[in-house]
Design a protein around this ligand. Structure first.
Ligand code: FAD
Length: 283
């Protein structure tokens, strides 16, 4: 099903899961977890892609498994940074030949260890223009409720999202956030600037205190000191942290539903349990 059809529905919440190619290349556990996610009948499962194509083959292997064996609707991510036009052409052709209809179109962060970095596509907008002209794929895009770390101003960032919409993006998935107020403000600002596409909040149920600290450092997302203290309390017990993460994310999602969110995009970290539990709690 195409993105435009998936997000047309107003009857029920629309859930999607994000997974990534495991660093050790072992997909066995991931496929088991994907089978568990499948029981929730997600609208989409998205598969990340290493900027510069670092995990290209593994990402594609997972996309194929999802499509052909698990029969799940799949949306590959694709980044254009440092890739040549020829490379991008071939990849998009390969994706379309697999019968894929949707893609998450991204710029990506420039990899540190790349030998040759092509400058054919400088931003997600370049990739989107290409997709529009040369493919039948529908595309989703990234959005940043707390501003992209490199954007000069919030307005610049929102202008970019507006351009993405006008070039045909069907939906935007946000960067993970833990403070709903950021999302509410961002959403209202987008609507004021005539961004009308669905903006789907990115939710990550916390499973480890160290992981939470790492995410806050890497993405620059705000976290209330009370929330940090709440998770710190459980840091020595994996089981209690997972429970607390489910509770926190469930409450966060309930409030987002009250606000009017159309659905949620779960950063699953390749584990089904927490995201599935959150969905059960809020439906
Ligand atoms: P763009 O839309 O091109 O830029 C994002 C924003 O950054 C713009 O709004 C603009 O305001 C600002 N900006 C960018 N560059 C500059 C600059 N040089 N100067 C000033 N402002 C600038 N990364 C991966 O590698 N693989 C993935 O699979 C992946 N999946 C993601 C999924 C989601 C839902 C999200 C939110 C992010 C994901 N990312 C992924 C991270 C993403 O690639 C980075 O955030 C990247 O830096 C920006 O990509 P973009 O597509 O948003 O870029």
């Amino acid at each position: 099903m195409k993105l435009s059809e998936i997000y047309k529905s107003n009857d029920k919440l629309i859930f999607s899961f994000e997974v990534f190619p495991p660093k050790n290349g072992n997909t066995e556990n991931l496929f088991e977890e994907l089978a568990k996610m499948n029981e929730q009948k997600p609208a989409l499962v998205s598969v990340t892609y290493g900027a510069g194509g670092s995990n290209r083959n593994l990402s594609l292997e997972i996309v194929k498994e999802l499509k052909n064996h698990l029969k799940q609707p799949v949306m590959p991510h694709f980044t254009c940074v440092c890739s040549s036009k020829e490379y991008i052409e071939k990849y998009i052709e390969e994706i379309e030949n697999l019968g894929i209809t949707n893609i998450l179109a991204l710029r990506g962060d420039e990899p540190q260890d790349i030998e040759v970095c092509y400058r054919d596509f400088k931003s997600a907008l370049d990739l989107i223009e290409y997709l529009k002209k040369h493919s039948e794929l529908e595309f989703a895009v990234a959005a940043y409720p707390e501003k992209h770390p490199k954007a000069k101003t919030f307005d610049d960032d929102i202008d970019v999202l507006y351009k993405k919409q006008n070039l045909g993006a069907k939906v935007a998935y946000t960067q993970v956030f833990f403070d709903n107020e950021c999302f509410y403000k961002f959403y209202d600002l987008c609507r004021k600037k005539s961004i009308k596409i669905p903006i789907i909040p990115g939710i990550m149920p916390i499973t480890s205190f160290n992981q939470l600290k790492r995410i806050v450092e890497l993405s620059g997302t705000k976290i209330n000191s009370k929330v940090l203290a709440y998770f710190e309390k459980y840091k020595d017990s994996k089981e209690d942290t997972i429970k607390a993460g489910i509770e926190f994310a469930s409450l966060q999602c309930e409030k987002l539903v009250d606000f009017g969110a159309k659905g949620m995009h779960f950063y699953t970290l390749n584990k089904a349990q927490s995201s599935v539990k959150v969905i059960k709690n809020i439906t």
